[in-house]
Design a protein around this ligand. Sequence first.
Ligand SMILES: Cc1ncc(COP(=O)(O)O)c(C=O)c1O
Length: 471
Amino acid sequence: MILEKDKLLKVIENSIGYLENVNSLPIGVNKNKKELIDKIDTKLPELGEDFATALEKLSVGAKAGLIGNRNPRYFGYVLAGTTPTALAADWLTSIWNQNAQVFNSSPAASIFEEIVASWLFELLLLPTDSSIGFVTGGQMANFTAINIARNSVLERDGWNFDNNGMQGAPLITIYCADVCHGTILSAIRMNGFGERNIIKISTDSEGRMIVADLENKLSTHQGPKIICSQAGNVNTGSFDSFEEISRLADNHNAWHHVDGAFGLWARTSPQFLDLTKGIDKADSWTVDAHKWLSVPFDSGMIITKHKEALANIKKTRCAYSGIQDDFKRDGSQWVPENSRRARGFVLYATIRNFGKKGIQEIIENNCNSARQLAKMLDSYSDIRIINEIHLNQVLCRIEPKKIVTNLNKFHGRVAQRIQEDGNCWIGTSVWNGQTVLRMSLTNIYTSKKDIQIAVDSIRKAIDYILKQDND
Ligand SMILES: Cc1ncc(COP(=O)(O)O)c(C=O)c1O
C-alpha cells in the first residue's frame, strides 16, 4: 500500500469535524430518494480516480442522506452513539485488517475474543464455561441459536442431523411469543421451518408470554421442542418469566433460547436483576454490543452453555486454515461466517474504557431518562404512556381532544414532523393494533436537557399537525 499520509490525515480531520458538528446537524433526513441520488455522482468511472476525488465524491454524495443517530436525542430502533474509545478501536481494527477466521490468520484477534468472552460471561452473569460466537448482530445470533437448538433437540431425539439432514427428521415444534421480535421468525424460517412448525404463545399487555398458555401448548405436541423467550421486548422493554419457562423447558426436554439483544445488558445493574431472574438456566442467549455497549456496527453475540453444539455448527474446515488445535480459538468455528472482522478488539477497548461500573451506570442512566421522559409526556392530558417503563423503552399514544379521522395515520404524521423538525428522532410502532410513538433510550450521552428538548419537539409536532388539520 502506498501510504498517502497527508490525505489520510485530512480524512481523519474531516471526520472529526463531522463528529464535532453532528449534534448540531438535523437528526433526520428530509430529502426524498430522488433528491438524495441527485447529489451523488452515480456514473461508473471508466478510469480510476485519485484518493481525494473518490473520497470527496463519497462525502458529498452521502452527506444529505445521513441520519444523525449518534445524537443523544436519536430515539429510534435500539441504537447507541459510539464513544471515542470504540471509534478509535474500530479504526485500529480496520487498519490492522485482521481476519478473525482462525487462530492462524490472526492470533491477536483470537486471543482478544477469548478474553472478551470471559468478561462478557462475568458481566452478564452467565455460566462461566459458556461459549460464544461473535456475529454481525441480533439477527445472526438468533439464526445461530435456532440452528444449534435444532441440531441438539434432534440429537436428543435420536436423530443425527449431520448424517441425515432435515428430510425425514422428527417434527420439531418451536414456541415463541405472539409478539416476538421479527428476527426470531426469520431465524426460524432460515433454519428450514415453516409457519406450521411455529406455535405462538399468547402474551399479556406488556408482551410477556403467558406461562400457562405455554404450558398447555407444550403438552399438546409430541417430539422435539424449542422455546424462544425474550429479555427486552423491542416495544415495551418487558421481560419473560425465565425461571418458569426454563422449568417447562426442562420438563419437556426442550431447548430454551433467550433473545436478549438489548435487554440482557440489564444484568449489569442490581436494580434490574429481578427482571432476568432464572435467565442463566436457559440454553442460549442473544446479545448485541452495537445496542447498549455503544460500539459501532456490527457487533452481536450468540452465547450458549452447550459448547459442543456451537463448536459443531459447521463441521467443515478449509484445508488452508491450518490444523485445528483445541487450545487455540478459531473464531469462525462458532459462527456461520468464515472470513470475519476482528470484533473482539473494539469490545476489549470499550469494556476497559467503561469498566463494570461504567456499564452499570449507562444502563441505569438510560432507564432513568426513560422514566423521566414518560413522566413528562404523561403530564399532558392528550398523551398517554401505554407501557410500564420496565427499562429504556417508552410507548405513547396521542389522544387529541378534537376528533381526528385516522388516529393511526395521525401518529405517522406526528413522527414525520418530529423527524423533519430535526431536534430529535422518534419513530412509530404498532402495539395492540394501534400506531404509537416509540422511543428507545440507549445513548450514553442523553441528558436531562435532551429529554426536555425531546418533549418540546413532540408537543410542537402534535400542535403543528392539529393546526394543519384545523386550517
Ligand atoms: C429483541 C431484539 N432482537 C433482535 C434484534 C435484531 O438485532 P439486529 O438488528 O442487531 O440484527 C433486535 C433489534 O432491535 C431486538 O430488539
